[in-house]
Write a protein that binds this ligand. Structure first.
Ligand code: ROI
Length: 162
């Protein structure tokens, strides 16, 4: 299945967190790495008294079922010593399952497509870089969504990811 994962970090050397997380995801079982977007810097969404974030999106081709993929992502977050200080607050590493093919999931562990996907610049711009033509189930085409979404201070910091 073709999947997209959102990465975010604003603690403990965010650029390094994102780069090593991309590396870790390249080593996941039953999963082929396809591409990584550029890395972006973005002002925090949520409480403003926290550092800027580094964000990126990666594309994978995986045989893992959604909840097994989520287990792997959470394991990588833990390896990065995930600190999460408060709701919508700063974190060392956040890995969000954004899109899992054309599958829609609503259960206690997972909401896919990710609920913030259609309105967050730090998700949509890197996603559009990977595939403008992508149709997000229930939300429409990335190309259209990105047109409706202000950049909100999003800046590209490293051109094409890894
Ligand atoms: N804000 C930005 N800019 N980037 C994120 O990845 C991010 N992640 C979050 C919250 C706290 C909502 N804010 C964010 O989880």
């Amino acid at each position: 299945m073709r999947v997209f994962i959102g990465l975010g970090s604003n603690l403990e050397s965010p650029l390094e967190q994102i780069k090593t997380a991309v590396n870790d995801m390249q080593l996941m079982l039953e999963t082929e790495f396809i591409a990584c977007s550029s890395l972006y810097k973005s002002p925090p969404m949520g409480p403003q008294d926290q550092p800027d974030y580094i964000n990126a999106v990666i594309e994978l081709d995986t045989e893992l079922a959604p909840h097994l993929l989520l287990d792997q992502l959470q394991q990588i977050e833990q390896q990065h010593g995930r600190i999460r200080k408060r709701h919508w607050g700063e974190r060392t590493l956040d890995l969000d399952l954004l899109v899992y093919g054309d599958v829609i999931i609503h259960d206690e562990r997972l909401t896919v497509p990710h609920p913030g996907i259609a309105t967050r610049a730090f998700v949509l711009y890197p996603l559009a870089e990977l595939d403008e033509q992508l149709v997000i189930p229930g939300c429409g085409k990335v190309k259209q969504l990105v047109k409706l979404c202000p950049r909100d201070g999003l800046q590209q910091v490293e051109k094409i990811g890894l």
